[in-house]
Design a protein around this ligand. Structure first.
Ligand code: CTP
Length: 419
């Protein structure tokens, strides 16, 4: 999503300016062209050399460069930009932007561009919370600027409160989301489930599975970057869930069932990438099960009685068939170890899915905990497509590519005419 995008990063004079060097580096690595503008005060905190080395482009600062081309610099930067990010946005620059001043290159570019303006305020808490700063931010937001909320924590002043510049992955998520806001999923509400469910045995033990959640996270990120409003229901996962989505944590299959039924009420598509436990312990012990206790059988063995969990997709299918959520597009996953295609086709029919993503988890590079996946996409119409080994993000892209036309057919939105 970031490849080939032209991003202007305005850096102001705040202690968090050094963090933006890392952001510029990551943007460059993702293939974006980054033009950095330093305000006069920023140059006291960080050097232009750092940023030009990372962006591999000149860094701009002075509105009054003595070369001929400088006179039109703000026009060119503004015209070519896909996005203008101001980070850290200081109280002073927020005030200048709010008033529409054009007293340096950054504020001039902000006036000259029609690209979206992203502001990442970072400053001492009282300055951030001051009525003047808040009024300026509201004014800018009313005019269409997107304000990234600062994080709370320990500030350079030693105080604890809101005012920290979010970390690079969070800033990258906001940039991707903003760039994709007119994408082919713009305005669509989608639900993605990810990770494994956990069924308690007693207060300290559970039955779980190897799901890493990476496939579901890639699906959520991809949908977010194509403009969707994403609800992510995440079971147990080690990875950090993406920013810029509505996240709900779930534990057991029953919790996931309730959360999914609630989330699909407003949604147009559901992608069930979660690895759902088919059984749960019928009566989890209220205390930790001890060796030699009455929980054991007389021969010292332990019996756990497992009872079936509801099949969430099958329940939703019953709901759809009964007219409950008729336009919901449903995508399921099937991790198989034998007879992949036949088992998958049967599963697609049984659960009434539009698309089923099947993978042979015994293949190298496929399945749990890997960065890649090799899948077969089966459609309700009977089509089957074998995709090569690709990253989970690429698999996610292929899945949404096939969901978009289904959404247009089943639930056209006013924006579809634009695509
Ligand atoms: N799934 C579900 N509810 C369950 C179990 C699975 O909604 N109780 C969903 C999964 O999220 C996945 C799809 O159904 O999208 C297929 O999951 P899988 O475990 O392969 O299917 P099962 O129906 O459990 O079939 P089996 O274990 O017999 O292969």
């Amino acid at each position: 999503m970031l490849a080939g995008k032209r991003i202007v990063v305005g850096v102001c004079g705040g202690i968090a300016a050094y963090k933006v060097a890392d952001l510029v580096s990551k943007l460059r690595q993702a293939g974006a062209d980054v033009d950095v503008i330093l305000t006069e005060h920023a140059e006291r905190f960080v050097s232009a050399l750092t940023f030009s080395a990372l962006s591999q482009r000149p860094v701009y600062g002075d509105l009054w460069e003595p070369t001929g081309e400088a006179a039109a610099r703000h026009i060119a930067l503004g015209r070519e930009a896909d996005l203008l990010l101001v980070a850290p946005a200081t109280a002073n620059t927020i005030a200048r932007l709010g008033q529409g001043m054009a007293d340096d290159l950054l504020t001039t570019v902000a006036l000259a561009t029609t690209a979206p303006l992203l502001l990442a305020p970072a400053m001492e808490s009282h300055m951030y919370q001051h009525a003047a700063t808040q009024a300026n931010l509201r004014l800018l937001a009313e005019r269409g600027a997107i304000v990234i909320p600062p994080e709370s924590g320990r500030l350079a002043s030693g105080e604890i409160g809101p005012g920290r510049l979010p970390e690079t992955p969070t800033l990258l998520a906001w940039i991707s989301k903003t760039l994709g806001r007119n994408g082919d999923l713009a305005g669509r509400r989608v639900v993605v489930t990810a990770g494994g469910t956990r069924e308690p045995i007693d207060p300290v033990r559970y039955i779980g599975n190897h799901s890493s959640g990476l496939m579901g996270f890639a699906l959520a990120e991809e949908a977010r970057d194509r403009g969707a409003d994403v609800t992510l229901l995440a079971g147990s996962v080690n990875a950090i869930p993406p920013d810029g989505v509505t996240l709900r944590r779930v534990g057991t299959t029953l919790e996931l069932r309730d959360a999914t039924l609630e989330a699909i009420r407003e949604a147009e598509a559901l992608v069930m990438a979660a690895a759902v436990a088919d059984y749960r312990v019928e009566r989890p012990a209220g205390h930790k099960i001890k060796k030699g206790s009455a929980d054991e059988n007389p021969d010292g063995s332990l019996t756990l009685h497992l009872t079936p969990n509801p099949d969430i997709l099958a329940e939703i299918n019953a709901l759809v068939t009964a007219g409950g959520a008729p336009r919901l597009i449903r995508v399921g996953f099937a991790a198989e170890t034998t007879d992949v295609e036949r088992n998958a086709a049967a599963k697609l029919a049984r659960k009434g899915l539009d698309i089923l993503v099947a993978n042979d988890v015994t293949k190298p590079g496929s399945g749990f905990g890997t960065e890649t996946n090799e899948v077969i996409l089966l459609s309700a119409g009977g089509a089957s497509e074998r995709l090569p080994l690709m990253t989970k993000r690429e698999v996610a892209r292929a899945i949404w590519d096939r969901v978009v036309p289904l959404l247009r057919d089943r639930a056209p939105s006013s924006r579809d005419a634009e695509h």
